[in-house]
Design a protein around this ligand. Structure first.
Ligand SMILES: Nc1ncnc2c1ncn2[C@@H]1O[C@H](COP(=O)(O)OP(=O)(O)OP(=O)(O)O)[C@@H](O)[C@H]1O
Length: 347
């Protein structure tokens, strides 16, 4: 069996607007291993959602997948390139919601306000598992209990509006898990929730993932969420992956200046009242991406003539991580020097 449930290779997705072709995803390559959580992280607009929507072929006009592969490797041997398959191919319907499920930031996008919770959840089992009404009711009530919904028998007949945001997101997770997907794509699943509820929902997702052995592609802009939830991380900037590897290695020792900047701006790393450093400048538009490394105009380590010219740097491997930075090999030393400069001199 392939160790990866999903392999994305050279994925390119463009939006064809009146102003021109905007490459929202530009040659992205990563793999989601079986039984692992991979987080795709980056600032707003870097292409995380477009990447995840592409997997289920949910990109709408004027957007289109223009290149690359999205290879799904089923545990039962089913193989499919989701980037190439026809929209009408019945295998695509089988994959959506059954083998690959998706949960969104706002639970109400997935739930119908006019149907009961039990009715909506049972539908998943009628559709994908062809279960009887009685069997489905039992399975749904058990799953509601598993995701921490109190009094699941009573909740079965209630409507989504009768529940809090955190409870609704648990319902959506229950709905996704009912079909025992091999891969769960969670697009900012906790962003709309209060901080205390966020952490409960994340640990619920993590424990369900461990219990079922499914894989998760977690989309988030929050490195604190990554540290808490994921095994692997891929950092995206302006439609490209700039650094990827294990969470342990990358959070402890980020090498790409962008990852370094994202981590440095996390509140947990700084003392009370201390001003948080931020990455200078802002993300350029997709129609005027700079030549060379897309991050160079905001990078403190950019070198004229090296980082601002030609094609973006190619991916290279350092230890177990992959990084796209022309100065990757020197970064450990450069970051160490920078840290020393920021430390107050000893008297
Ligand atoms: N329908 C569309 N038409 C034109 N451009 C689009 C469209 N949808 C997305 N884009 C562009 O694609 C780029 C990537 O968007 P995407 O939603 O994937 O970013 P993201 O990293 O998920 O950000 P966020 O966290 O804000 O959702 C953005 O520059 C966005 O403006």
């Amino acid at each position: 069996m392939n160790p990866n449930v999903l392999e994305i290779d050279g994925l390119t997705v463009s939006f064809f607007t009146d102003e021109g072709e905007a490459k929202a995803v530009n040659g992205v390559r990563f793999a989601v291993p079986r039984g692992k959580v991979l987080a795709l992280v980056g600032e707003s607009g870097c292409g995380k959602s477009v990447t995840s929507y592409s997997i289920l072929r949910l990109i709408q006009k004027p957007g289109r997948i223009t290149g690359g592969h999205i290879r799904y490797h089923g545990a039962d041997g089913m193989e499919l390139d989701l980037a190439a398959v026809s929209e009408k191919d019945p295998r695509l319907y089988e994959i959506r919601g059954n083998r690959i499920a998706m949960i969104f930031q706002e639970p109400m996008t997935a739930l119908s306000p006019v149907h009961t919770i039990g009715g909506q959840l049972s539908e998943v089992l009628f559709l994908h598992r062809k279960m009887s009404k009685k069997e489905a009711r039992e399975r749904v009530i058990a799953m509601l209990g598993r995701v921490g919904i109190p009094a699941p028998e009573r909740r079965f007949d209630q409507y989504p509006f009768e529940l809090s945001g955190g409870m609704r997101q648990r319902i959506v997770i229950a709905m996704a898990m009912l079909s025992s997907p091999e891969l769960l794509i969670a697009d900012e699943p906790t962003t709309a929730l209060d901080v205390t509820i966020q952490s409960q929902v994340l640990s619920l997702m993590r424990s369900l993932q461990r219990e079922t052995g499914s894989s998760v592609l977690l989309i988030t802009h929050d490195l604190a969420v990554v540290a808490e939830t994921a095994d692997l991380v891929a950092v995206m900037y302006l439609g490209r992956i700039v650094e990827q590897g294990s969470v342990r290695e990358i959070i402890k020792n980020p090498l790409h200046p962008y990852t370094h900047g994202l981590l440095a701006s996390l509140p947990g790393l700084h003392g009370r009242g201390e001003r948080l450093p931020s990455i200078r400048g802002s993300v350029p538009g997709l129609l005027d991406t700079p030549p060379g490394c897309p991050f160079h105009p905001r990078c403190d380590f950019a070198v004229k003539g090296l980082c601002d010219k030609g094609e973006p740097p190619e991916e290279r491997t350092i230890g177990e991580r992959k990084i796209c930075c022309a100065r990757a090999e020197e970064m450990t030393v450069l970051l160490e020097k920078e840290k020393e400069c920021r430390m107050p001199a000893k008297t």
